[in-house]
Design a protein around this ligand. Structure first.
Ligand code: UFG
Length: 324
C-alpha cells in the first residue's frame, strides 16, 4: 500500500485524483487547509487539516503515515488576481512550496508530482505547444509555476528529489458519479459559468472578446477532463518511481475549441437556449492555447478518454445536483 500525501486534495483536480488513487489501491492522505477545498469532496478518506507553510505539521504527517510521495495541488490559479495581488501568489505558489520541499527533504520523501500549467508557456509561438516550446509566462501566475519547475530541476541535481511537472491545459468536467466536481468561489472558468447560465443560476454568459485572430473571433482552448488529468498523475508517478527520474508533460487533448463552439455544444447538451452576451477581451488571455500531447501519449500511454461533449455532459450532471 503506497501512502501518498495529496496537498490540496480537497480541491477540484486534487479530489478527483484522490478518488482515483483510492480506487487503484493507493492510500491517499489529504492535506488541505480548506481555504478553497471542500471537506465533502473527500469524505471517508484520511484527512489532515493543515497549512502548506507549516513545516512542523507537514513533517509530523509525513512520519505518521510513512509518506512515499507527495502530489501538490494547493495553488492559487486565477491569472487576473495574480496580476493584481502578486505577493499572495509568490507566497502561496512559491514560498510555501519551497517549505513543502524542505519538509520532504528533512523527512526523506523523494518523489513529488507538481501541478504546473500551460500558463508557463506564455504566448504560443507554434499552433500546438509541446514540451520544447519556450517557457515565457506573461503573468505572475505563470511565473510562480515556472519558478517551481526551475526549483525542482535544482532540487533534483543537488538532492536527488525526483519530480513530475504536469502542465495542464483547460481542466474541466466532473466525475461520472456526479459526487464531486468543480466548485470555485468566485467561479471564473468558462464551462461552469456557461452551465450556470443554462441552469438559470446566471442571467447570461458573457463572451470575453470576439475579435481574436481565430476562425470565429473567440478564444480557442484545449479542454481536458479532470479524470484524464487524474489518470495522468498516477501514470507519471509510477514511471517516475520505476525509472527514478524527473519528467515533464503537457496535458491536453491536442484539439482546440472556440468559446462560441463550446457554447453551441453546451446548448446541445443541456437543451437550453441561454442568453449569450459579447463583451470586450479579458486582459491576459492568449488567442489560442492548444497542447501537443504526443510525449505523454508515447511515454505514459496516456490519451484523453473524454471528448468535449462528455466533458460538458459530466459537468452538467454535476451542476444540476451539486452538493458544494
Ligand atoms: N471566458 C469567457 N467568459 C467567461 C469566462 C471565460 O468568454 O465568463 C473565456 C476566456 O476569455 C477564455 C476561455 O473562456 O478565452 C477560457 O477561460 P477560463 O477562465 O475557463 O480558462 P483560462 O484559459 O483562462 O485558464 C485556464 C486555467 C488557468 C491556466 C490556464 C492555462 O484556469 O489556471 O487555463 O491555459 F493558467
Amino acid at each position: 500500500m503506497k501512502n501518498i500525501l495529496v496537498v490540496g486534495g480537497a480541491g477540484y483536480i486534487g479530489s478527483h485524483t484522490v478518488k482515483m488513487l483510492a480506487s487503484r489501491g493507493y492510500n491517499p492522505v489529504v492535506y488541505d487547509n480548506l481555504s478553497k477545498g471542500h471537506r465533502q469532496a473527500v469524505e471517508g478518506l484520511p484527512f489532515e487539516e493543515g497549512d502548506l507553510g507549516d513545516k512542523t505539521r507537514l513533517k509530523e504527517v509525513f512520519q505518521q503515515y510513512q509518506i512515499e510521495a507527495v502530489m501538490h495541488f494547493a495553488a492559487f490559479i486565477e491569472v487576473g488576481e495574480s496580476v493584481k495581488e502578486p505577493s499572495k501568489y509568490y507566497h502561496n505558489n512559491v514560498a510555501s512550496v519551497l517549505n513543502l520541499l524542505d519538509a520532504m527533504q528533512e523527512s526523506g520523501v523523494k518523489y513529488f508530482v507538481f501541478s504546473s500549467t500551460a500558463a508557463t508557456f506564455g504566448e504560443p509561438v507554434q499552433p500546438q505547444i509541446n514540451e520544447s516550446h519556450p517557457q515565457q509566462p506573461i503573468n505572475p501566475y505563470g511565473n510562480t509555476k515556472l519558478m517551481v519547475e526551475k526549483m525542482l530541476e535544482d532540487f533534483d541535481r543537488a538532492y536527488g528529489l525526483k519530480s513530475v511537472a504536469l502542465r495542464y491545459f483547460n481542466a474541466s468536467g466532473a466525475d461520472d458519479s456526479g459526487c464531486i466536481g468543480e466548485s470555485h468561489t468566485p467561479e471564473t472558468h468558462l464551462i461552469p459559468l456557461v452551465l450556470q447560465a443554462a441552469a438559470g443560476k446566471r442571467p447570461s454568459i458573457k463572451v470575453f472578446g470576439s475579435d481574436y485572430p481565430t476562425p470565429d473571433g473567440t478564444c480557442v482552448r484545449d479542454y481536458v477532463h479532470v479524470n484524464d488529468l487524474a489518470r495522468a498523475h498516477i501514470l507519471a508517478l509510477e514511471k517516475m518511481e520505476k525509472e527514478n527520474k524527473s519528467l515533464r508533460y503537457n496535458l491536453g487533448s491536442g484539439s482546440g475549441f472556440s468559446v462560441a463552439e463550446l457554447i453551441q455544444e453546451a446548448k446541445a447538451v443541456t437543451g437550453v437556449d441561454f442568453k449569450v452576451e459579447y463583451e470586450a477581451r479579458r486582459a491576459g488571455d492568449p488567442a489560442v492555447l492548444v497542447a501537443d500531447p504526443s510525449k505523454a501519449q508515447a511515454e505514459l500511454g496516456w490519451k484523453p478518454m473524454y471528448n468535449l461533449k462528455q466533458i460538458i455532459t459530466t459537468a452538467w450532471n454535476w451542476e444540476k445536483n451539486r452538493r458544494f
